[in-house]
Design a protein around this ligand. Structure first.
Ligand code: ADP
Length: 277
C-alpha cells in the first residue's frame, strides 16, 4: 500500500541577515495510512518547518514530498490547493471566531467551501460528537475551556474530511486536563475515522501511544522508531537534551542501581509488572 506521506531528501534553508539557516537537512521518512506519527525535538529543531513542508505551506529548498503518491513539488498552484485539502493543519492557537457558537465555528470552513448549511450542520454535529463536545454545540468560545476550544478547532478541520491531520504543538497552551482531553480526541478520531495523524509535541508523554516517533535535532532526523524503541535510549535522548516520560526515567534509574527490569518502560502499569516479577 502507498504511504500517506513520503518525504525524500527534504532540505529547507532560510536566508537571513545573519546568513543561512538550515532548518531541515536531508530528511527522509514515510508515514503510513492510519498511523499516529509523533515528531519530537527541542525548540528550533526544525519540526514546524518540516510539517509546513508537508503541504508546501513552505516550499522545500530541495527534495520531494509525496502525499497519496502525488509529488506535491510538481503540481501547479491550483492542483496544490486541491491536494492541500487532504492535510488538515491544527496549531497551538485555536483561531475560533468569538461571536460564533462552537457549532457555527465548525460549520464555518464548510460554508466557505460551498457546502449547504444543512449538510454542514449535520457534519459539524457528527464531529463535535467524536471530539466529545456534542453538548457544547451552542456554547460560545468564551464559555469553553482551552481544551474544549482546541477540540472545536480540531472538529472544524476534521469536518472538511482530510485524510491526514497535522497538529503542531496542539496542547502547548493547555493545562494538563486540557492536554489529556485533546489527546484523547485525537486518538478517538484516529480510531473512529481512521485519519492519519502527525503530532508535534514537546511533551514526551503525548507520543507514548503513537505508532512511530522521530526525534529531530538541528534540522536532522536523529532517531526513528516505535515509542518503546525511542524511549529505551534514555542516554541518547539526554544527549539531545530531551526529557523522557517520568515513569521511563524512574525505571531507567532503578535499572542503573541494579534492579533487573527491561528498557523502554512507558507506563506505570508496565513498571509495576516489571517490579513484581
Ligand atoms: P521547531 O518547530 O522545532 O521549534 P522551527 O522549524 O520553527 O523549529 O525552526 C527551525 C529553525 O529555522 C530555527 O532556527 C528557526 O529560527 C529557523 N526558521 C524557521 N522559520 C524561519 C523563517 N521564516 N526565516 C528564517 N528562519 C526561520
Amino acid at each position: 500500500m502507498e504511504p500517506m506521506i513520503q518525504v525524500e531528501n527534504l532540505c529547507k534553508s532560510f536566508s537571513t541577515k545573519n546568513g543561512t539557516v538550515e532548518a531541515a537537512r536531508n530528511i527522509s521518512f514515510s508515514i503510513e495510512k492510519g498511523e499516529i506519527f509523533g515528531i519530537i525535538g527541542l525548540s528550533g529543531a526544525g519540526k514546524s518547518t518540516l510539517v509546513r513542508c508537508l503541504n508546501l505551506l513552505e516550499r522545500p529548498t530541495s527534495g520531494t514530498v509525496r502525499v497519496n503518491g502525488k509529488n506535491l513539488t510538481k503540481l501547479s498552484e491550483k492542483e496544490l490547493r486541491k491536494e492541500r485539502q487532504n492535510i488538515g493543519m491544527i496549531f497551538q492557537h485555536f483561531n475560533l471566531l468569538m461571536q460564533r457558537t462552537a457549532l457555527d465555528n465548525v460549520c464555518f470552513p464548510m460554508e466557505i467551501a460551498g457546502i449547504s448549511k444543512k449538510e454542514a450542520r449535520k457534519k459539524a454535529l457528527e464531529y463535535l460528537k467524536v471530539v466529545g463536545l456534542e453538548e457544547k454545540a451552542l456554547s460560545y468560545p468564551s464559555q469553553l475551556s482551552g481544551g474544549q476550544k482546541q477540540r472545536v478547532a480540531i472538529a472544524g478541520v476534521m469536518a472538511m474530511e482530510p485524510k491526514c491531520i497535522v497538529l503542531d504543538e496542539p496542547t502547548a497552551m493547555l493545562d494538563p486536563n486540557g492536554r489529556k482531553e485533546v489527546l484523547e480526541a485525537v486518538h478517538q478520531l484516529n480510531r473512529q475515522e481512521n485519519v492519519t495523524v502527525v503530532l508535534i509535541t514537546h511533551y514526551m508523554e503525548e507520543v507514548i501511544d503513537a505508532d512511530r516517533v522521530v526525534v529531530m535535532d538541528d534540522g536532522h532526523v536523529v532517531m526513528e522508531g516505535t515509542p518503546k524503541e525511542i524511549f529505551s535510549q534514555v542516554e541518547t535522548l539526554k544527549k539531545y537534551r530531551l526529557d523522557v516520560p517520568q515513569v521511563t526515567l524512574l525505571a531507567h534509574e532503578l535499572k542503573q542501581s541494579g534492579v533487573d527490569i527491561p528498557d523502554g518502560i512507558l507506563t506505570t502499569e508496565e513498571l509495576v509488572n516489571a517490579l513484581c516479577q
